[in-house]
Design a protein around this ligand. Structure first.
Ligand code: P6P
Length: 341
């Protein structure tokens, strides 16, 4: 990998090309997918930035463009990604958190050898209170024979991903991705409309400062989870208490823990026995990124990346972040649960 420092001005386009040149057999298709995602991200960022003005702008736009229906931002983000990707000839199908079934490539467009799965705007309910939200994406190679993507192409274990990333629309807009050669962060410079390399080769600290969990569900957790959270909080005298940081937006919580170290936990609970977060386009891409950054991701039973998916929108419990904090989770969650007598 070409070594860059955070001070050299490297656009995401230049970085993607440099990365591609390290893979002699690369066709350029994956690079093209990443460019197109960066373009869609800029378009979504522009709209999210103005979200607070929607009522004002909405009124103006309605006066100027009669009949324009102010779209919900997650619908806008979903359509922006689909329109940016469906005609490029790189994909054979897509899947989105916003769409029940596989999204086929329109008949008049060429098919490619990759599938793209994404959550167009995770945490969008936070927009009204100006909490950062994010887009999460995952890319895998097609494994079925025909030209069109099929469900089997989507239901591959996370270890089969060839690229994964997220965009966080926060105090600044950042795109963070991996293709298996480390994790790299790019910050959007709105004055020139370019993502510039700002966080080369991100490594997550092996043990974290932050614990991100919604403990209002404590009453629904099993005893092992409760004991694990007491450990993280330093209440059993075995470690220093972690600082609790939880904004209720997965990408924001994950990104902070990536840079500062920590663990994000959304355990299964009696109300949500399979957890809440989605495996294919939330847990898997973030697990690939965490692994590439020296961290880990676990579902309470096995590595997230080893889970064999069975449904497009299946949910999963999620423990993700610093390597040693995940090891603690494995230790506690593999204990035999006392059977209720
Ligand atoms: P809870 C947002 O709705 C989301 O899908 C994730 O972004 C976030 O981590 C989680 O749900 C928050 O869930 O149950 O704590 O409100």
């Amino acid at each position: 990998m070409v070594k860059h420092t955070a001070t050299s001005v490297v656009t995401i386009e230049r970085f993607i090309i440099e990365q591609e040149r390290l893979v002699p057999e690369a066709s350029g298709a994956l690079s093209s997918i990443l460019y197109d995602i960066a373009l869609a991200a800029k378009m979504i960022a522009s709209k999210v930035r103005r979200a607070g003005l929607v009522d004002i702008l909405g009124a103006m736009e309605t006066q100027n463009v009669q009949g324009e229906i102010q779209q919900k931002l997650d619908v806008f983000a979903n359509e922006t990604i689909i329109k940016a990707m469906d005609h490029t000839g790189r994909l054979c199908a897509m899947a989105s958190e916003e769409v029940p079934d596989i999204i086929p490539i329109p008949d008049n467009f060429k098919r490619g050898n990759y599938v793209l799965l994404f959550d167009p705007l995770d945490g969008s309910s936070n927009i009204d209170v100006n909490v950062p939200v994010g887009t999460i994406f995952s890319v895998m190679r097609k494994i079925t024979r025909g030209a069109d993507g099929e469900m089997e192409d989507m239901l591959q274990p996370g270890r089969r991903q060839v690229a994964a990333g997220y965009i966080i629309y926060g105090s600044s807009t950042m795109l963070v991705y991996t293709t298996g050669g480390g994790v790299h962060g790019f910050t959007l410079d709105p004055s020139i409309g370019e993502f510039l390399l700002s966080h080369p080769d991100i490594k997550i600290p092996t043990r974290g400062r932050y614990l991100s969990v919604n403990d209002s569900y404590e009453q629904f957790w099993d005893e092992n989870v409760k004991a694990l959270m007491r450990r993280y909080r330093g209440l059993d005298g075995h470690q220093k208490a972690m600082s609790v940081r939880y904004v209720g937006s997965l990408v924001a919580d994950f990104h902070r823990n990536m840079l500062g170290g920590g663990i994000f936990a959304y355990p299964s609970n009696r109300q949500a026995p399979k957890g809440k977060l989605r495996l294919l386009y939330e847990a898997n891409p973030l697990a690939f990124i965490a692994k590439e950054a020296g961290g880990a991701a676990y579902d309470g039973t096995e590595e997230i990346l080893d889970v064999q998916p069975t449904e497009l929108h299946q949910r999963t419990p999620l423990y993700i972040g610093s390597r040693d904090d995940i090891a603690t989770a494995r230790e506690f969650l593999s204990r035999q649960l006392a059977t209720v007598g």
